[in-house]
Design a protein around this ligand. Structure first.
Ligand SMILES: NC(=O)c1ccc[n+]([C@@H]2O[C@H](COP(=O)([O-])OP(=O)(O)OC[C@H]3O[C@@H](n4cnc5c(N)ncnc54)[C@H](OP(=O)(O)O)[C@@H]3O)[C@@H](O)[C@H]2O)c1
Length: 314
């Protein structure tokens, strides 16, 4: 099996480079070889590599900047996945792609007003440009007819790149007081776990194949669709910050006294893009379809901070 992997300078792509190794021949496509803003380059690179599986975690992820860079965000998040998918369909390859909780507007509630987790069947209604472009990418892949798995994830962090966990570790060592938004709810997701779950699913689909060295496209078509891929439980950014900084203190990663942490509403932290108040994702389908069982978000956070290679399911 020949696997073409994008986005390896990003959080999820960097982690996938490790977990996909061993599943086949891995070909890395960085921006200099395959710029997702350049359709002809995408087509010619894929045609020259002739992969059996394309894994595409690359994306335009600057959520606030997307509000003013709409055309660029649309070309990378909305158009490029469709071109990749067309090429995959043409080659008889399968595609794994990643999407976001921000395809939802965050208004889902139980009858009693409590937060309700979004399932794969819920109708998307993105509240910002980033979410709209990611939804366009999902739709373009589905329209291509290629065998595909789209994993919707949320609040991604790792020990690498730019993310909330690393920002909180830095700020906790610089400031005495932090004010963090406490009215947006979701599930923080470790990039290392996303990469582990992705490799487990590829392995599982390969197990059912007649020839383990090739993809059984029938099996991939049978499983094609959108799957939520985050962690169990939910929290808000302020509680997540408390958990990160509390665990950092336990691990001896704080070089000064703990900062005070105060929760504030989103209205007191103005940013360009509107965020959903609730973007928790139901994990039921992932577990029932692939027997992949996500960890609790706190356990994954600790495993990431302790630099563990894997994390066990809850
Ligand atoms: N981060 C989150 O909180 C979050 C939440 C929900 C869903 N997701 C989704 O999860 C996936 C992985 O996210 P991540 O956090 O790993 O992203 P990330 O760390 O921001 O990395 C993005 C990757 O995309 C590449 N990229 C951007 N523009 C490109 C272009 N024009 N051509 C080729 N490559 C390009 C970047 O390469 P360069 O280094 O060259 O820029 C980088 O390798 C994405 O689909 C994202 O939408 C992320």
């Amino acid at each position: 099996m020949k696997i073409l992997l994008t986005g390896t300078s990003g959080q999820v792509g960097n982690a996938l480079r490790e977990t996909l190794r061993g599943l086949g021949e891995l070909v890395i496509a960085d921006r200099s070889q395959m710029d997702l803003g350049k359709p002809e380059q995408i087509r010619s690179f894929i045609r020259s590599v002739q992969p059996t599986l394309i894994v595409n975690p690359a994306a335009y992820t600057a959520v606030d900047k997307a509000e003013s860079e709409t055309t660029l965000a649309q070309s990378i998040n909305g158009d490029a996945p469709g071109i990749i998918a067309e090429e995959a369909a043409r080659l008889g390859a399968a595609l794994i792609h990643y999407s976001t909780d921000y395809v939802f507007d965050g208004s889902k509630r139980e009858a009693d007003g409590k937060l309700a987790a979004y399932t794969e069947q819920d109708a998307p209604n993105p509240a910002n440009v980033y979410g709209k472009t990611k939804l366009a990418g999902e739709q373009a892949i589905a329209a291509s007819g290629c065998a595909h798995l789209i994993f919707r994830t949320s609040w991604v962090y790792s020990r690498f790149g730019q993310n909330f966990l690393l920002t909180m570790l830095r700020l906790a060592n610089e400031r005495d007081a932090l004010k963090i938004v406490n009215d947006q709810w979701g599930a923080p997701t470790w990039a290392g776990w996303i990469a582990q779950a992705t490799a487990d699913i590829v392995r599982r689909l390969q197990t059912g194949s007649r020839d383990a060295s090739a993809l059984d496209l029938d099996i991939w078509h049978e499983h094609s669709g959108i799957y939520n891929m985050s962690t169990l439980g939910y929290t808000n950014w302020c509680e997540f910050a408390r958990a990160i900084i509390g665990h950092a203190e336990t691990l001896g990663l704080l070089h000064k006294a703990m900062p005070s942490i105060t929760g504030i509403p989103s209205s007191e932290y103005p940013v360009a893009a509107t965020r959903p108040h609730n973007s928790t994702l139901s994990m039921d389908l992932l577990a029932s379809r692939f027997q992949v069982h996500p960890p609790q978000w706190e356990d994954a956070m600790k495993a990431c901070m302790e630099n563990a290679g894997t994390v066990n399911a809850a």
